[in-house]
Design a protein around this ligand. Structure first.
Ligand code: HEC
Length: 194
């Protein structure tokens, strides 16, 4: 609960009077969001490991490039929530964050710089959008050791070449383990507020 308090503080900077009247996120939505993000993480990681072990790094890049979006779409459909990944420094521009997502990632990054562990953080809120009330949830994705092959500070030249071929505007290298690589982001319309 400690991290939640930190984020309430951080989001108060952006809160306006309309947002203050929003209902709290339902426990059920928060639990569904956690499960949905865990499912996405599990599926992506399983495919990545399988491809890296059986076919090597270059094949694994192809797997990520071809399948990451499909896996996100499948998990979104199965969980009835919009589930994806985003970052400040993108590989795939389709994963670009909106303003709300940028604010939460900035809060995650600030809390991590104060020593908070990314595993202990998440943030959820009900916000008013042009499409009505939305439940939104985010959780940090920290850089791990395995990720260095494709996002680290010392990516092999042949790996970089392939990444640049697939993603000419890649900004997603140069990360150290433990840094904030990005975040899971989940949303769904609030059907019955309150
Ligand atoms: C084999 C190379 C490879 C490895 C290893 C890898 N990634 Fe990626 N990563 C990619 C590719 C390719 C994409 C773009 C996927 C897409 O098109 O959505 C990507 C996208 C992402 C994104 C979405 C944001 C963006 O930049 O588009 C995040 C977050 C991410 N990776 C985190 C990680 C983490 C955390 C690890 C380690 C657990 C990891 N990646 C390991 C290749 C890799």
């Amino acid at each position: 609960m400690r991290s939640l308090l930190i984020f309430l503080g951080a989001s108060a900077l952006t809160a306006c009077s309309v947002q203050e009247q929003m209902p709290d996120p339902s426990r059920q939505d928060v639990e569904h969001a956690r499960l949905a993000a865990a499912e996405l993480q599990h599926e992506l990681q399983a495919r990545l490991m399988e491809a890296m072990q059986s076919e090597g790094v270059e094949a694994a890049i192809g797997v990520c490039a071809d399948e990451a979006q499909l896996i996100s779409a499948r998990v979104s459909e199965a969980t009835n929530m919009d589930v994806g990944r985003t970052s400040f420094s993108l590989r795939n521009p389709d994963n670009a964050p909106d303003i709300w997502e940028r604010q939460q990632m900035a809060a995650f990054r600030a809390a991590m710089s104060q020593g908070e562990t990314p595993q202990s953080m998440e943030y959820s809120e009900v916000v008013e959008t042009e499409n009505g009330m939305m439940f939104r949830w985010m959780k940090p994705i920290p850089m791990g050791d395995l990720c260095q092959t494709c996002h680290g500070t010392n990516v092999a030249p042949e790996v970089l070449d392939l990444i640049h071929e697939l993603y000419p505007e890649d900004h997603a290298t140069g990360y150290e383990p433990g840094q904030l690589r990005g975040a899971f982001t989940v949303s769904r319309p609030v059907i019955n507020p309150g």
